[in-house]
Design a protein around this ligand. Structure first.
Ligand SMILES: O=C(O)[C@@H](CO)OP(=O)(O)O
Length: 332
């Protein structure tokens, strides 16, 4: 791994790393379940406040004394996973390389997030993961304003003991009506190095279309002093395996609001794409993708194909039942 990227990982991590990693609090996937391409380069993630918050919360647990919320839930044989790339940002609009620069959504992006929310309004969501960047967080929150279940998404603040104590919710009933939102830097956009803030068209004119295409879409080639998709995958896929997959395995339905490249790396892992195949994977802003996790496998159930909601996803039996319950509650 290039020195510059190692430093960039550490720099990003150190912003949120306040406390030591509590390995005992995590359900670890055995490494032999990890495909070779990720296993070889899987790097050791530092402890982060966001990682600790994944498990060390009381939202999904009726008793605060239980610190493994997923263990207290009734096991289910399938869980829904929704992936959403954030809506258009102000720098998408200006055609600037953005990477880890924290830029908000445009008005169009706000609309895209709301439309995305309508498309997933009948899909159950128990937990939300976002990157630490505002464009992903805005997208998650705006999408959830459209959800029929009307639970309240609440960002967990476990970055210090005081932040955690001061944001504690004391009513179990209120907790049940809430959705924990976990912000993790590991889901951030790839760090674009010295391209951040540059205009994409001007950069292509200066360095050549082919070179810029390789920086943007290849798997192995990093932009100058930035992360390649492979480097981005090392932290995003490791975070997914350590923190998100165990929740799905416990029957919790998860939404992830993140970025073009952090999601490309996760989709590459879910769909088992080759480093060649991933070069043609390009995600639109504000378009949700649905997967079902069942018996240890991820099944893609599609992305929106039409304006009518019925045509959006192939529902599983369980999702169809959830939908029926929502309809029944709405007619009471
Ligand atoms: O600028 C960025 O951060 C990303 C996403 O907008 O750009 P690209 O399309 O090159 O992945």
């Amino acid at each position: 791994m290039a020195t510059s990227t190692t430093m960039s990982h550490q720099a990003i991590g150190s912003v949120v790393s306040q406390r030591p990693f509590k390995a005992s609090q995590f359900l670890k996937e055995p490494l032999n379940n990890v495909p070779m391409k990720f296993r070889q380069k899987r790097f050791k993630i530092e402890a982060t406040a966001s990682q600790i918050s994944v498990v060390d919360n009381t939202f999904l647990s009726p008793s605060p004394s239980k610190n493994k919320p997923h263990e207290s839930k009734k096991k289910s044989n399938e869980a829904a996973l929704i992936l959403i790339r954030h809506g258009e940002s102000l720098w998408n609009e200006k055609n600037l390389f953005t990477g880890c620069v924290d830029v908000p959504l445009t008005q169009k992006g706000v609309g895209e997030a709301i439309e995305a929310g309508k498309k997933i309004s009948n899909i159950p969501v128990d937990l939300i993961f976002t990157s630490s960047l505002i464009r992903a967080q805005m997208t998650a929150m705006l999408a959830m304003t459209q959800h029929r279940r009307k639970k309240v998404p609440i960002i967990l603040h476990n970055e210090s003991v005081k932040a955690k104590t001061w944001s504690h919710v004391f009513s179990e009933e209120t907790r049940k009506q809430s959705i924990p939102v976990i912000a993790a830097w590991q889901l951030n956009e790839r760090m674009y190095g010295e391209l951040q803030g540059l205009n994409k068209k001007e950069t292509a004119e200066r360095y050549g279309t082919q070179q810029v295409h390789e920086w943007r879409r290849s798997y192995e080639i990093p932009p100058p002093k930035g992360e390649s998709l492979e480097m981005c995958a090392e932290r995003a896929v490791a975070y997914f395996e350590d923190n998100i997959k165990p929740e799905l395995a416990s029957g919790n339905n998860v939404m992830i609001a993140a970025h073009g490249n952090s999601l490309r790396s996760i989709i590459m892992y879910l769909d088992d794409l080759t480093s060649q195949e991933v070069t043609t994977l390009d995600l639109s802003t504000g378009v949700p993708l649905l997967y079902i996790f069942k018996e240890g496998k991820f099944m893609k159930r599609g992305s929106p194909v039409g304006s009518t909601e019925a045509g959006v996803y192939a529902y599983t039996k369980r999702l169809a039942q959830y939908r029926e319950k929502l309809d029944a509650a709405a007619t009471i």
